[in-house]
Design a binder for this molecule. Structure first.
Ligand SMILES: [Zn+2]
Length: 260
């Protein structure tokens, strides 16, 4: 962990992290309000190739539905690569370069006066595990509507826990005889490239180290070693059991180290 910030200090830390970003910024920020105006210059990081993907609340939310919010969301869409509405979303997360996680209570794009706390943590293992948990890669690729072929697709979750895409385009739900239910499609959750297999292998298997993941594994493993060496204290379990290290069968915490 590198920082604990309140609502006054957070934006300095956040701006610094975005300025150093080289590849990606993932953001879960439920509401969009005036605060975004001061952040739009930072989000121009997209101009230097940083992929910006943002999840926000859908506009069935009373605050989000306001004209001001809708106008600011249009500004956000002009700089971010992908903006995906998610029904009753409440997570507040930023993940930068798949390595830095900022997590806590603060609504990054709307905070104005409330007391908040945000933690900044570094580590590729944790960052990618969190991205996998949020289904980031799958959720950032909505399909076209199967009825109107439009791109106004949001994410919802049924009472039984299943996730589905839903077209929110008003004309799509309008028929000559009145209204018709929105087009929906279940989301197929595939194992994303983020270490789903790696996490599973480390957590539940005492098998030999898995084959390096085609993307990210070797980098993440190297980063883990570097983080541990440079910071002394790491949030991360090792990417695989090191020689002489026994992994606990249920939660992957190293039980002992020593020579074999
Ligand atoms: Zn549609």
């Amino acid at each position: 962990m590198t920082d604990v910030d309140d609502e006054r200090d957070f934006y300095g830390t956040f701006s610094g992290e975005i300025r150093q970003a080289r590849q990606s910024l993932w953001l879960w920020a439920p509401w969009v309000a005036h605060r975004i105006r001061s952040l739009l210059p930072e989000l121009r990081a997209a101009d230097r190739g940083v992929q910006i993907k943002v999840f926000i609340r859908d506009d069935t939310d009373q605050l989000q539905r306001k004209d001001t919010s809708q106008s600011l969301i249009a500004d956000l869409r002009a700089v971010a690569h992908t903006v995906i509405p998610m029904h009753v979303m409440h997570q507040k997360i930023a993940v930068i370069d798949e390595r830095t996680v900022m997590l806590g209570s603060l609504n990054v794009l709307s905070q104005s006066w409330t007391r908040e706390v945000m933690l900044t943590m570094r580590g590729a293992y944790f960052a990618r595990k969190l991205l996998a948990h949020e289904h980031a890669e799958t959720f950032a690729r909505p399909p076209r509507c199967g009825r109107c072929k439009g791109a106004e697709i949001e994410i919802r979750r049924g009472k039984n826990g299943t996730w589905y895409w839903r077209c929110y385009a008003a004309p799509c739900k309008t028929t000559p005889s009145g209204r018709t239910p929105a087009w929906t499609q279940d989301i197929r959750l595939t194992s994303g490239r983020w270490l789903r297999r790696w996490v599973t292998d480390v957590t539940f298997s005492s098998a030999p180290p898995p084959t390096p993941h085609p993307s990210g594994f070797a980098d993440a493993a190297a980063e883990h070693v570097r983080d541990t060496a440079t910071q002394g204290l790491s949030l991360e379990p090792p990417p695989y059991p090191a020689p002489g290290m026994t992994m606990a069968p249920d939660h992957g915490i190293p039980l002992s180290t020593g020579t074999v």
